[in-house]
Design a binder for this molecule. Structure first.
Ligand SMILES: Cc1ncc(COP(=O)(O)O)c(C=O)c1O
Length: 319
Protein backbone atom coordinates (compact mmCIF):
# COMPACT_ATOMS: atom_id res chain seq x y z
CA UNK A 1 0.00 0.00 0.00
CA UNK A 2 2.81 2.45 0.83
CA UNK A 3 4.55 1.95 -2.52
CA UNK A 4 1.97 4.16 -4.21
CA UNK A 5 3.00 7.28 -2.27
CA UNK A 6 5.41 10.03 -3.23
CA UNK A 7 6.79 12.33 -0.56
CA UNK A 8 6.28 16.00 -1.49
CA UNK A 9 9.34 18.09 -0.66
CA UNK A 10 9.41 21.86 -0.15
CA UNK A 11 12.52 24.01 0.04
CA UNK A 12 12.29 26.54 2.86
CA UNK A 13 13.92 29.91 2.76
CA UNK A 14 14.25 31.22 6.28
CA UNK A 15 16.64 33.98 7.27
CA UNK A 16 18.25 31.73 9.89
CA UNK A 17 18.99 28.84 7.52
CA UNK A 18 20.17 31.14 4.74
CA UNK A 19 22.54 32.87 7.15
CA UNK A 20 23.85 29.52 8.44
CA UNK A 21 24.23 28.24 4.86
CA UNK A 22 21.91 25.28 5.44
CA UNK A 23 19.71 23.93 2.64
CA UNK A 24 16.51 23.42 4.57
CA UNK A 25 13.55 21.35 3.34
CA UNK A 26 10.29 20.04 4.66
CA UNK A 27 8.99 16.59 3.72
CA UNK A 28 5.23 17.22 3.49
CA UNK A 29 3.94 13.80 4.46
CA UNK A 30 1.10 15.72 6.11
CA UNK A 31 -0.25 16.20 2.59
CA UNK A 32 -0.13 12.70 1.15
CA UNK A 33 -3.48 11.22 2.11
CA UNK A 34 -6.89 12.90 2.09
CA UNK A 35 -8.25 11.14 5.21
CA UNK A 36 -5.50 11.31 7.81
CA UNK A 37 -1.96 11.97 6.78
CA UNK A 38 1.52 12.08 8.20
CA UNK A 39 3.44 9.37 9.99
CA UNK A 40 0.14 7.55 10.79
CA UNK A 41 0.00 6.47 7.19
CA UNK A 42 3.38 4.79 7.37
CA UNK A 43 2.69 3.26 10.79
CA UNK A 44 -0.85 2.05 10.29
CA UNK A 45 -1.11 0.93 6.68
CA UNK A 46 1.39 -1.95 7.17
CA UNK A 47 -0.73 -3.07 10.15
CA UNK A 48 -3.90 -2.95 8.07
CA UNK A 49 -2.25 -4.86 5.25
CA UNK A 50 -1.02 -7.51 7.72
CA UNK A 51 -4.52 -7.90 9.22
CA UNK A 52 -6.11 -8.26 5.80
CA UNK A 53 -3.62 -10.94 4.78
CA UNK A 54 -4.56 -12.87 7.95
CA UNK A 55 -8.27 -12.46 7.18
CA UNK A 56 -8.69 -10.25 10.27
CA UNK A 57 -11.45 -7.66 9.91
CA UNK A 58 -11.23 -5.80 13.23
CA UNK A 59 -8.55 -3.46 14.61
CA UNK A 60 -8.21 -2.39 18.23
CA UNK A 61 -5.87 0.16 19.74
CA UNK A 62 -5.29 2.55 22.63
CA UNK A 63 -5.02 6.31 22.88
CA UNK A 64 -5.78 9.53 24.69
CA UNK A 65 -8.93 11.52 24.01
CA UNK A 66 -7.23 13.72 21.38
CA UNK A 67 -5.06 11.01 19.84
CA UNK A 68 -3.96 11.42 16.21
CA UNK A 69 -3.45 7.68 16.15
CA UNK A 70 -7.03 6.83 17.17
CA UNK A 71 -8.41 9.39 14.71
CA UNK A 72 -6.37 7.94 11.82
CA UNK A 73 -7.10 4.32 12.77
CA UNK A 74 -10.85 4.94 12.70
CA UNK A 75 -10.70 6.63 9.28
CA UNK A 76 -8.40 4.10 7.64
CA UNK A 77 -10.45 1.20 9.03
CA UNK A 78 -13.61 2.73 7.64
CA UNK A 79 -12.07 3.23 4.19
CA UNK A 80 -10.94 -0.42 4.18
CA UNK A 81 -14.39 -1.57 5.36
CA UNK A 82 -12.92 -2.94 8.59
CA UNK A 83 -14.25 -2.54 12.13
CA UNK A 84 -12.30 -0.60 14.75
CA UNK A 85 -12.29 -0.33 18.53
CA UNK A 86 -10.62 2.54 20.40
CA UNK A 87 -9.70 1.98 24.04
CA UNK A 88 -9.65 5.56 25.27
CA UNK A 89 -7.94 6.91 28.40
CA UNK A 90 -10.45 8.99 30.36
CA UNK A 91 -14.16 9.44 30.81
CA UNK A 92 -17.03 8.99 28.37
CA UNK A 93 -17.61 12.76 28.41
CA UNK A 94 -14.67 13.04 26.00
CA UNK A 95 -16.74 11.29 23.31
CA UNK A 96 -17.98 14.67 22.11
CA UNK A 97 -14.59 16.21 21.48
CA UNK A 98 -13.67 16.83 17.80
CA UNK A 99 -11.21 13.88 17.58
CA UNK A 100 -13.50 11.24 19.06
CA UNK A 101 -16.60 12.58 17.33
CA UNK A 102 -14.92 11.95 13.97
CA UNK A 103 -13.69 8.52 15.12
CA UNK A 104 -17.22 7.59 16.19
CA UNK A 105 -18.73 8.88 12.96
CA UNK A 106 -16.25 6.66 11.11
CA UNK A 107 -17.75 3.69 12.94
CA UNK A 108 -15.21 3.21 15.72
CA UNK A 109 -16.50 1.64 18.93
CA UNK A 110 -15.17 3.70 21.83
CA UNK A 111 -14.39 2.02 25.15
CA UNK A 112 -13.40 4.40 27.95
CA UNK A 113 -10.89 3.28 30.58
CA UNK A 114 -9.95 5.01 33.80
CA UNK A 115 -6.29 5.89 34.21
CA UNK A 116 -5.57 2.94 36.52
CA UNK A 117 -6.90 0.36 34.05
CA UNK A 118 -5.35 2.18 31.11
CA UNK A 119 -1.92 1.63 32.68
CA UNK A 120 -2.31 -2.07 31.89
CA UNK A 121 -2.19 -1.44 28.15
CA UNK A 122 1.27 -3.03 27.76
CA UNK A 123 0.65 -5.87 30.24
CA UNK A 124 0.81 -9.26 28.52
CA UNK A 125 -1.90 -10.89 30.68
CA UNK A 126 -4.25 -7.99 30.15
CA UNK A 127 -3.63 -8.12 26.39
CA UNK A 128 -4.26 -11.89 26.33
CA UNK A 129 -7.62 -11.36 28.09
CA UNK A 130 -8.48 -8.58 25.64
CA UNK A 131 -7.65 -10.85 22.72
CA UNK A 132 -10.01 -13.50 24.17
CA UNK A 133 -12.74 -10.93 24.49
CA UNK A 134 -12.15 -9.66 20.94
CA UNK A 135 -11.11 -12.67 18.85
CA UNK A 136 -10.22 -12.18 15.18
CA UNK A 137 -8.91 -8.72 16.08
CA UNK A 138 -5.49 -7.19 15.51
CA UNK A 139 -4.44 -5.41 18.71
CA UNK A 140 -2.13 -2.51 17.86
CA UNK A 141 -0.21 -0.83 20.70
CA UNK A 142 -0.80 2.80 21.70
CA UNK A 143 0.65 5.19 19.10
CA UNK A 144 0.86 2.27 16.65
CA UNK A 145 4.29 1.46 18.03
CA UNK A 146 5.13 -1.99 16.71
CA UNK A 147 7.50 -3.70 14.27
CA UNK A 148 5.09 -3.33 11.33
CA UNK A 149 4.98 0.44 11.92
CA UNK A 150 8.79 0.60 12.01
CA UNK A 151 8.88 -1.26 8.73
CA UNK A 152 6.55 1.38 7.21
CA UNK A 153 8.79 4.18 8.47
CA UNK A 154 11.82 2.51 6.84
CA UNK A 155 9.97 2.95 3.56
CA UNK A 156 9.37 6.59 4.50
CA UNK A 157 13.14 7.19 4.79
CA UNK A 158 13.67 5.63 1.37
CA UNK A 159 10.89 7.71 -0.18
CA UNK A 160 12.31 10.93 1.33
CA UNK A 161 15.71 10.11 -0.17
CA UNK A 162 14.14 9.22 -3.48
CA UNK A 163 12.32 12.57 -3.76
CA UNK A 164 15.42 14.49 -2.66
CA UNK A 165 17.41 12.76 -5.36
CA UNK A 166 14.82 13.24 -8.09
CA UNK A 167 14.01 16.85 -7.20
CA UNK A 168 17.28 18.23 -5.85
CA UNK A 169 19.95 15.78 -7.03
CA UNK A 170 21.15 15.16 -3.47
CA UNK A 171 20.75 12.83 -0.51
CA UNK A 172 20.10 14.92 2.62
CA UNK A 173 22.80 14.95 5.29
CA UNK A 174 20.23 15.11 8.09
CA UNK A 175 16.58 14.08 8.52
CA UNK A 176 14.77 15.44 11.58
CA UNK A 177 11.52 14.16 13.07
CA UNK A 178 9.35 14.66 16.15
CA UNK A 179 9.40 11.77 18.57
CA UNK A 180 6.69 10.40 20.89
CA UNK A 181 7.10 6.65 21.28
CA UNK A 182 10.21 6.65 19.03
CA UNK A 183 8.72 4.24 16.48
CA UNK A 184 8.83 6.63 13.51
CA UNK A 185 12.36 7.68 14.41
CA UNK A 186 13.69 4.11 14.72
CA UNK A 187 12.13 3.19 11.36
CA UNK A 188 13.73 6.26 9.74
CA UNK A 189 17.14 5.39 11.20
CA UNK A 190 16.80 1.83 9.90
CA UNK A 191 15.71 3.00 6.44
CA UNK A 192 18.18 5.88 5.94
CA UNK A 193 21.64 5.47 4.47
CA UNK A 194 24.59 4.90 6.80
CA UNK A 195 26.22 8.22 5.88
CA UNK A 196 23.07 10.14 6.88
CA UNK A 197 22.12 11.33 10.35
CA UNK A 198 18.58 11.15 11.73
CA UNK A 199 17.75 13.44 14.65
CA UNK A 200 14.72 12.96 16.88
CA UNK A 201 13.09 15.65 18.99
CA UNK A 202 11.30 14.20 21.99
CA UNK A 203 8.04 16.04 22.71
CA UNK A 204 7.08 13.93 25.73
CA UNK A 205 8.75 14.25 29.11
CA UNK A 206 9.61 10.56 29.30
CA UNK A 207 13.23 9.51 29.62
CA UNK A 208 12.34 5.85 29.05
CA UNK A 209 11.96 6.60 25.31
CA UNK A 210 15.76 7.07 25.03
CA UNK A 211 16.20 3.57 26.43
CA UNK A 212 13.51 2.02 24.20
CA UNK A 213 15.11 3.57 21.12
CA UNK A 214 18.61 2.48 22.08
CA UNK A 215 17.50 -1.09 22.77
CA UNK A 216 16.08 -1.27 19.24
CA UNK A 217 19.03 0.37 17.50
CA UNK A 218 22.22 -0.50 19.36
CA UNK A 219 24.29 -3.04 17.50
CA UNK A 220 22.39 -2.72 14.20
CA UNK A 221 24.85 -2.63 11.29
CA UNK A 222 24.59 -0.27 8.32
CA UNK A 223 21.92 2.02 9.76
CA UNK A 224 22.15 5.83 9.84
CA UNK A 225 23.81 7.69 12.69
CA UNK A 226 21.28 9.05 15.13
CA UNK A 227 20.78 11.56 17.90
CA UNK A 228 17.92 12.49 20.24
CA UNK A 229 17.18 15.85 21.83
CA UNK A 230 14.49 17.00 24.24
CA UNK A 231 11.85 19.29 22.72
CA UNK A 232 8.90 19.11 25.10
CA UNK A 233 9.10 22.84 25.90
CA UNK A 234 7.50 22.40 29.30
CA UNK A 235 5.49 19.21 28.71
CA UNK A 236 3.53 17.12 26.24
CA UNK A 237 0.78 19.08 24.42
CA UNK A 238 1.69 22.24 26.29
CA UNK A 239 0.77 25.03 23.88
CA UNK A 240 1.77 28.44 25.21
CA UNK A 241 1.94 31.93 23.73
CA UNK A 242 5.56 31.46 22.59
CA UNK A 243 4.75 28.30 20.64
CA UNK A 244 1.63 29.82 19.06
CA UNK A 245 3.61 32.84 17.99
CA UNK A 246 6.35 30.58 16.52
CA UNK A 247 3.71 28.60 14.59
CA UNK A 248 2.11 31.77 13.21
CA UNK A 249 5.45 33.23 12.21
CA UNK A 250 6.44 29.96 10.49
CA UNK A 251 3.09 29.96 8.70
CA UNK A 252 3.65 33.48 7.46
CA UNK A 253 7.15 32.72 6.22
CA UNK A 254 6.49 29.33 4.60
CA UNK A 255 2.73 29.00 4.06
CA UNK A 256 2.94 25.73 6.03
CA UNK A 257 0.76 25.06 9.07
CA UNK A 258 2.50 22.95 11.72
CA UNK A 259 0.57 20.87 14.23
CA UNK A 260 0.47 22.13 17.83
CA UNK A 261 2.03 19.07 19.51
CA UNK A 262 4.75 17.41 17.44
CA UNK A 263 6.22 19.04 14.32
CA UNK A 264 5.95 22.59 15.71
CA UNK A 265 8.17 21.71 18.68
CA UNK A 266 10.63 19.82 16.50
CA UNK A 267 10.88 22.79 14.10
CA UNK A 268 11.25 25.28 16.89
CA UNK A 269 14.18 23.32 18.35
CA UNK A 270 15.82 22.69 14.94
CA UNK A 271 15.68 26.39 14.11
CA UNK A 272 17.18 27.26 17.51
CA UNK A 273 19.95 24.74 16.89
CA UNK A 274 20.66 26.09 13.39
CA UNK A 275 20.90 29.55 14.95
CA UNK A 276 23.33 28.20 17.56
CA UNK A 277 25.55 26.72 14.83
CA UNK A 278 24.74 23.11 15.73
CA UNK A 279 24.32 22.05 12.08
CA UNK A 280 27.36 22.07 9.78
CA UNK A 281 27.51 24.90 7.25
CA UNK A 282 26.76 23.68 3.75
CA UNK A 283 24.68 20.72 4.94
CA UNK A 284 21.20 19.76 3.78
CA UNK A 285 18.47 19.14 6.33
CA UNK A 286 15.02 17.66 5.75
CA UNK A 287 12.46 18.21 8.51
CA UNK A 288 9.56 15.72 8.40
CA UNK A 289 6.10 17.26 8.81
CA UNK A 290 4.49 14.26 10.47
CA UNK A 291 0.90 15.55 10.25
CA UNK A 292 -1.43 15.67 13.26
CA UNK A 293 -3.27 18.82 12.14
CA UNK A 294 -6.58 17.45 13.45
CA UNK A 295 -5.30 18.22 16.98
CA UNK A 296 -5.93 21.92 16.31
CA UNK A 297 -9.69 21.38 16.59
CA UNK A 298 -9.25 20.49 20.26
CA UNK A 299 -7.06 23.58 20.85
CA UNK A 300 -9.41 26.30 19.61
CA UNK A 301 -10.30 27.61 23.09
CA UNK A 302 -6.68 27.69 24.18
CA UNK A 303 -5.57 29.54 21.03
CA UNK A 304 -8.35 32.12 21.35
CA UNK A 305 -7.64 32.67 25.06
CA UNK A 306 -3.88 32.89 24.59
CA UNK A 307 -3.50 34.64 21.23
CA UNK A 308 -6.95 35.95 20.29
CA UNK A 309 -9.63 35.25 17.65
CA UNK A 310 -7.45 36.54 14.79
CA UNK A 311 -4.78 33.94 15.54
CA UNK A 312 -7.39 31.18 15.45
CA UNK A 313 -8.75 32.57 12.18
CA UNK A 314 -5.31 32.27 10.52
CA UNK A 315 -4.91 28.67 11.69
CA UNK A 316 -8.44 27.63 10.75
CA UNK A 317 -7.92 28.83 7.17
CA UNK A 318 -5.36 26.05 6.69
CA UNK A 319 -7.35 23.19 8.22
C1 LIG B 1 1.70 14.02 14.28
C2 LIG B 1 2.66 13.12 14.96
N1 LIG B 1 3.97 13.29 14.78
C3 LIG B 1 4.89 12.52 15.40
C4 LIG B 1 4.51 11.51 16.26
C5 LIG B 1 5.54 10.71 16.96
O1 LIG B 1 5.62 9.43 16.45
P1 LIG B 1 6.23 8.24 17.28
O2 LIG B 1 5.25 7.87 18.35
O3 LIG B 1 6.37 7.17 16.27
O4 LIG B 1 7.52 8.69 17.86
C6 LIG B 1 3.13 11.29 16.49
C7 LIG B 1 2.66 10.21 17.38
O5 LIG B 1 2.46 9.13 16.93
C8 LIG B 1 2.19 12.11 15.83
O6 LIG B 1 0.86 11.96 16.01
Amino acid sequence: MLDQFNVPLERLSLAVSDYANISLFMARIDQIHPLASGNKLYKLLPNIEFAQKQGIQQLLSFGGAFSNHIHALALYAQSEKMRSIGMIRGEAAYANNPTLRIAKQAGMTLVFMDRVHYRQRHDQQFLARLQQRYPQTLIIPEGGSNALARQGCRILAQQINQTCWQQEGMTPDVITVACGTGTTFVGLVEGAASMQRVRAYLVVKDASVYQTVNLLLVGQQGVARYQMDAADFGGYAKLDATLISFILQFLEQTDILLDPIYTSKMCQRVIQQIDQGMFSRGSSVVMVHSGGLQAWYGMKKRVVQTAGEAAWGKIKDYL
